[in-house]
Design a protein around this ligand. Structure first.
Ligand code: ASP
Length: 341
C-alpha cells in the first residue's frame, strides 16, 4: 500500500517567510500556522506536511554553529517519523549551513533540501512559492522505497545543487547559487530531471549526528599587498586551530620569504592551513607553479576543488570529531560527502 510521503518543513527564518505588515508596510515574518493562507496550493500536494518553527526566527546572517547543532538535532529526533526534510533558510549563509549539515549528518539516507527566496512569499512576484513546492516534491521523491536524493542539497530557481558544492553568487538573481565544480543534481523545468550519476548512493546505515564542532577556525583571503603586520597576528594566534587560506588561481600565493616563514612557523606549531582557490571553478594544484609549490613544501594542505563554505565547515567538523592532527589531515585529503573530487 502506498502511503503519502511525510515531509517536515523546518522554518529558520530569512526572506522567504516575510510578509508586509498591512498597517506599517514593513517586512515581518509570517506565522507559519497560516502557511496555507499564504500558499493555498500546498493543499493540492499529496503529501503530509508538518512544520517546525525556530524561535527566534533569524536572518541567516546571524546563523552560527549553535543553530546548526539545533538543526541537526531536529532532524535526528524526527528522522524516523518523516520521509524527507525541507529547511527554509535565508539565502545569505545557506551554502554554509548546507555544507555544515552535510558533514554533521553522518550516514544520511534521506533527503534534506534547503531553500529560500530572493523575494518574500508575501510579494506577488516571489520566487518562494515555486522554490518551496518544488523542494517538497524533491524531498518526497522515492524510487523503490528509497529517496532519490539521499543528501543535503540546495534548491533555488530551477536547480538542485549538492549543498556542500553550492555558493551564493548573486544577491539579486532568482538563480542565486552556482556549483562551479560539480554538476547540478537535478534540473527543473516541466519535469524534474535527476542527474542520477551525480547523486550519492544511500548506504542504508543508521543516521549518526556529530554535533561537536571546532569553532576556532578562520578564513584568510590573500590580496596583492597583504603584509606581515596583518598576517603575523593571525598566524601566531594559538587559539586558532585551522585556517582556510584563499589563494589565487590554481592555489598560488606569494613566494616572498616573510610570507612563507610566517606560514611555516605556524604549521610547525600545529596550525592546519587548507588552501582553497578564490576562483569559483577549478581546482587547487600545488605542483604547477613555483608560487604553489612553496606552499606544498611547508605543509599547506591542498583543498583541491572545495568551496570556501565547504572548507571552513569541514574543518569545524573534522577538528570537532578528531583529536589526532594526523587523522584530521587525512580526512581533509579525502572526500567525506562529495565535497571534493
Ligand atoms: N538576509 C536574508 C537572509 O539570508 C536574505 C535571504 O533570505 O535571502 O536571511
Amino acid at each position: 500500500m502506498n502511503t503519502a510521503a511525510s515531509i517536515l518543513i523546518i522554518y529558520t527564518g530569512g526572506t522567504i517567510g516575510m510578509i508586509k505588515d498591512q498597517e506599517s508596510g514593513a517586512l515581518k515574518p509570517f506565522n507559519f500556522e497560516n502557511i496555507y493562507e499564504q500558499i493555498p496550493d500546498l493543499k493540492l500536494l499529496q503529501y503530509e506536511l508538518e512544520f517546525y518553527c525556530f524561535d527566534p526566527l533569524i536572518d541567516s546572517s546571524n546563523m552560527d554553529p549553535l543553530v546548526w547543532q539545533q538543526l541537526a538535532n531536529v532532524i535526528k529526533h524526527n528522522y524516523e517519523t518523516y520521509d524527507g526534510f525541507v529547511i527554509l533558510h535565508g539565502s545569505d549563509t545557506m551554502a554554509y549551513t548546507a555544507s555544515a549539515l552535510s558533514f554533521m549528518l553522518e550516514n544520511l539516507n534521506k533527503t534534506v533540501v534547503l531553500t529560500g527566496s530572493q523575494l518574500p512569499l508575501g510579494f506577488l512576484r516571489s520566487d518562494g512559492r515555486d522554490n518551496l513546492i518544488t523542494s517538497i516534491e524533491i524531498a518526497a521523491a522515492k524510487e523503490d522505497e528509497t529517496p532519490v536524493v539521499p543528501e543535503v542539497c540546495i534548491y533555488f530557481e530551477n536547480q538542485l545543487l549538492r549543498g556542500n558544492r553550492a555558493v551564493k553568487y548573486s544577491s539579486e538573481n532568482f538563480n542565486a547559487f552556482v556549483s562551479g565544480n560539480y554538476q547540478a543534481l537535478a534540473e527543473v523545468g516541466i519535469y524534474i530531471k535527476y542527474n542520477r550519476e551525480k547523486i550519492r548512493k544511500p548506504n542504508f546505515k543508521k543516521l549518526k549526528v556529530q554535533t561537536e564542532l571546532e569553532t576556532n577556525v578562520g578564513i584568510v583571503k590573500l590580496f596583492p599587498g597583504i603584509n606581515e603586520h596583518i598576517l603575523k597576528p593571525i598566524f601566531e594566534n594559538e587559539i586558532i586551530k585551522a585556517i582556510v587560506l584563499e589563494t589565487f588561481g590554481s592555489g598560488n600565493a606569494s613566494s616572498e620569504e616573510w610570507f612563507l616563514n610566517i606560514l611555516e612557523k605556524a604549521i610547525k606549531r600545529g596550525l592546519i592551513v587548507l588552501n582553497v582557490s578564490q576562483c569559483i571553478t577549478g581546482s587547487v594544484d600545488q605542483s604547477t607553479y613555483e608560487t604553489g609549490m612553496g606552499l606544498e613544501k611547508i605543509g599547506v594542505i591542498s583543498g583541491r576543488d572545495i568551496s570556501t563554505e565547504a572548507a571552513i565547515t569541514k574543518l569545524m567538523y573534522v577538528l570537532g570529531k578528531e583529536s589526532s592532527r594526523e587523522v584530521a589531515i587525512n580526512k581533509l585529503n579525502i572526500s567525506l560527502r562529495g565535497e571534493i573530487d
